[in-house]
Ligand binder design. Structure first.
Ligand SMILES: Nc1ncnc2c1ncn2[C@@H]1O[C@H](COP(=O)(O)OP(=O)(O)OP(=O)(O)O)[C@@H](O)[C@H]1O
Length: 265
């Protein structure tokens, strides 16, 4: 079977800076979820940026359906990959519904304005994310978490088979985190492939698909959550003493910090 996305021996370094990653390979098919974990500053966003074309890998290949991604036009790439960058405050005064519908740009010809169907898709996405009530509000009047949900809605209307989410839950409360993780599961069940980054290993345990784990030396390993995420691997990754606990009520393992952060004398 042809993989939707293949990264083959990918390497990257910023100009005059050390290597961020090297010999990085993995494949992703429709229906797959890859949760990327790793310490701060290790290269998670850089890897995503290479995949979406914001950065050019210094070595290796990136293929989409066996075709080099850099041979796709910008428009075709946008039809294949929807990308939600790490959350920063968005100062645009566009109304939420008008902003979300810009996700339809790859499907519009030059100068064509979005039509009723595009707006309906936008409303659908806002409904899915539970924020339809915000549709007439200017984006720059929303909270960080609300903006994060809006940018995910924009990615959904792009209707690309690969959705890349850089820390999609970073600004969200517990309930909204659950909503996004459920949405990711539903999208995968509908045949989308999803790559997300997270600082919370429990997101990987909850999603229970594939994990991409950056070690502190930049080495990247991909595997099934249950196999790859051992207490030793996670403690090494985060340079912390972490415990894995099986919780019968949840029917799964969770990752926790030790009971006491500082032992009593
Ligand atoms: N534009 C840039 N120029 C030079 N170095 C950069 C640039 N952007 C990032 N870096 C460096 O590349 C490395 C990887 O950064 P990246 O943002 O990919 O890490 P990350 O794993 O996403 O981090 P975090 O979890 O903190 O968001 C870091 O050492 C960072 O300082």
């Amino acid at each position: 079977m042809t993989a939707l996305l293949s990264t083959i021996n990918l390497a990257f370094h910023y100009p005059r800076r050390p290597v961020v990653f090297n010999q990085l390979s993995f494949q992703l098919n429709r229906g797959d979820i890859l949760t990327i974990l790793g310490p701060n500053g290790i290269g998670k966003s850089t890897l995503l940026n290479c995949i979406v074309g914001g950065l050019t890998p210094t070595a290796g290949q990136l293929l989409m359906n066996n075709q080099p991604i850099d041979q796709l036009t910008v428009r075709d790439r946008a039809k294949m990959i929807a990308y939600v960058a790490q959350q920063t405050a968005n100062q645009t005064a566009l109304l939420v519904q008008d902003y979300v519908v810009t996700g339809r740009t790859p499907y519009l010809s030059f100068g064509q304005v979005p039509g009723v169907e595009d707006y309906e898709r936008g409303e659908d996405a806002l409904e899915k994310l539970g924020i339809i009530a915000l549709k007439d509000q200017p984006l720059n009047t929303l909270s960080g978490g609300q903006q994060q949900l809006v940018t995910i809605a924009k990615a959904l209307v792009q209707a690309a088979p690969l959705i890349i989410l850089d820390e999609p839950t970073s600004a969200l409360d517990f309930g909204r985190q659950q909503l996004i993780l459920e949405l990711i599961e539903r999208l995968a069940a509908d045949g989308y492939a999803i790559i997300l980054t997270s600082h919370n290993p429990n997101h990987a345990f909850l999603l229970d698909h594939q994990v991409g784990l950056f070690a502190p030396d930049g080495h990247f390993t991909v595997g099934a959550t249950q196999t790859l995420l051992t207490a030793t691997a996670l403690s090494q990754t985060y340079q912390a003493d972490l415990k894995l606990v099986y919780v019968p009520e949840l029917g799964r393992t969770i990752c926790e910090m030790p009971h006491r952060l500082v032992s009593p004398n």
